[in-house]
Design a protein around this ligand. Structure first.
Ligand code: FAD
Ligand code: UDP
Length: 380
């Protein structure tokens, strides 16, 4: 059995970034284990039976405001421009979503400009300087009618909970615009890896000092490997501690893939269904992968209480339990050099860019414990 400097649990973006930095900057040897059959974590993409490139775990739209992160990732991929356009189906009509000037004009059936739209929203909004939950947040931005049409049903379906029970940050992710910008998110850089995410991460960890064992659960190898520097754990936080205080709540999804013998079925990559169907959204990822293919695939997302952990539940109860596990994690890091990284171990909803930024910070932390200043090595 080889000696390893790092044992990394999870071959998702976070595990891959830490292994790459460790190999490239420090010459450290890493063993990455993942219980799935593939690398790239939830960013994994693959070819469907009909040859169409699909995202295995929901649509992944890369965006970042951090040019350094973009520069770092550009070592492993080239990029194509993105078009993250989403529509919401309400009363049989497709509206631009997030809500923008066009949405307001269509919904209220009148011509508006930025000034009159602002006045309209002020009239509709339920004033609240400090919204305590997602319902109060949305009401304070757009008022009752738009809340009921675009948010209430979707949020209830997605979370199995009323928006008044969810943190304001859940619906706070969605902007409201007074212009005609139809992009889903506001970030300065919105691009897609030219050959997909799996290829990006394969290239990232293609290094003689990085070894990968797939279909290997941490539980089955725990204690077997004794890494020289430490363990990076990217699995669920509670599971590391055998759920001794109880389980942290996660919302899951089931994905249904349907193929069609047509080039395109939808007008844009994503359609949200706040009030129709059991699924929340249908995704035709070909719109953003830019693959040219005579056929297409749509994925439909059904929210579930059980299954793979996708979304930490942002409620007061889970925050309390999370704090208790965090104390155990801090002790484990101090005593046994186990570093908890990524969205499962942090129990935080992190977009890819945030997850990888946090991985770079974790790597600096690991080095700092060994008296190494990574800043001095950066740029290599
Ligand atoms: P993950 O990608 O979850 O990887 C963790 C890995 O650890 C997994 O491969 C898992 O199998 C492995 N693992 C867990 N437990 C064990 C164990 N016990 N033993 C061995 N291996 C284990 N981000 C965006 O920026 N844009 C988007 O559009 C976007 N859309 C998303 C849509 C959905 C439906 C979801 C769920 C997420 C989305 N994200 C998006 C977020 C993105 O997926 C994450 O930021 C990213 O995957 C986090 O990387 P990670 O390495 O922390 O975790
Ligand atoms: N949301 C909504 N209506 C929509 C889309 C989103 O009410 O049409 C709410 C819902 O509560 C969701 C949150 O806004 O969980 C964040 O949406 P986003 O699309 O960012 O969710 P993700 O892509 O992370 O699933």
């Amino acid at each position: 059995m080889q000696d390893f400097d790092l044992l990394i649990v999870g071959a998702g973006p976070v595990g891959c970034v830490i292994a790459e930095r460790a190999a490239y900057l420090m010459g450290w040897r890493s063993l990455i284990v993942d219980k799935r059959k593939h690398i790239a974590g939830n960013c994994h993409d693959r070819y469907h039976d009909n040859g169409v490139l699909i995202h295995s775990y929901g649509p992944h739209y890369f965006r970042t405001n951090n040019p350094r992160l973009l520069g770092y990732l550009s070592r492993f991929t080239s990029w194509i421009p993105s078009n993250y356009l989403v529509k919401s189906q309400v009363n049989g009509k497709l509206y631009p979503f997030p809500i923008n000037l066009t949405t307001l004009e269509m919904f209220f059936d009148r011509k508006l400009d930025e000034v009159s739209a602002k006045a309209l929203l002020e009239e509709l909004a339920v004033p609240n300087q400090n919204p305590a939950n997602s319902e109060e947040y949305v009401l304070s931005r757009v008022g009752e009618k738009l809340y009921r049409a675009f948010y209430l049903g979707y949020t209830q379906k997605q979370w199995g909970m009323h928006p008044s029970k969810l943190a304001a940050s859940v619906c706070g992710r969605i902007p409201v615009r007074l212009n005609r910008d139809e992009r889903y998110v506001d970030h300065g850089n919105q691009v897609m890896p030219a050959h997909g995410y799996t290829r990006l991460f394969e290239t990232m960890i293609d290094h003689e000092l990085i070894h990968v064992m797939l279909q290997t659960d941490f539980a089955d190898i725990r204690g077997i490997f004794r890494p020289r520097i430490g363990t990076v754990y990217c699995g669920p936080l509670d599971q590391y501690f055998s759920c001794q205080y109880g389980k942290l709540g996660w919302r899951s999804l089931e994905f249904e893939f349907r193929d069609f013998q047509k080039e395109f079925v939808q007008p844009c990559v994503q359609i949200n269904y706040p009030n129709d169907f059991d699924y929340t959204r249908s995704v035709e990822i070909k719109h953003v992968t830019a693959q040219r293919h005579p056929e297409t695939v749509l994925s439909y997302e059904y929210p579930r209480a059980q299954g793979d952990p996708y979304y930490p539940i942002p409620s007061a109860e889970s925050a309390q339990l999370h704090n208790r596990y965090n104390l155990l994690a801090e002790r484990e890091q101090a005593e046994n050099d186990v570093f908890f990284a990524g969205r499962l171990a942090k129990y935080r909803y992190l977009n890819m860019d945030e997850a990888m930024e946090s991985a770079l910070a974790n790597f600096e932390q690991i080095c700092a414990r060994h008296g190494i200043n990574v800043e001095a090595l950066q740029g290599h």
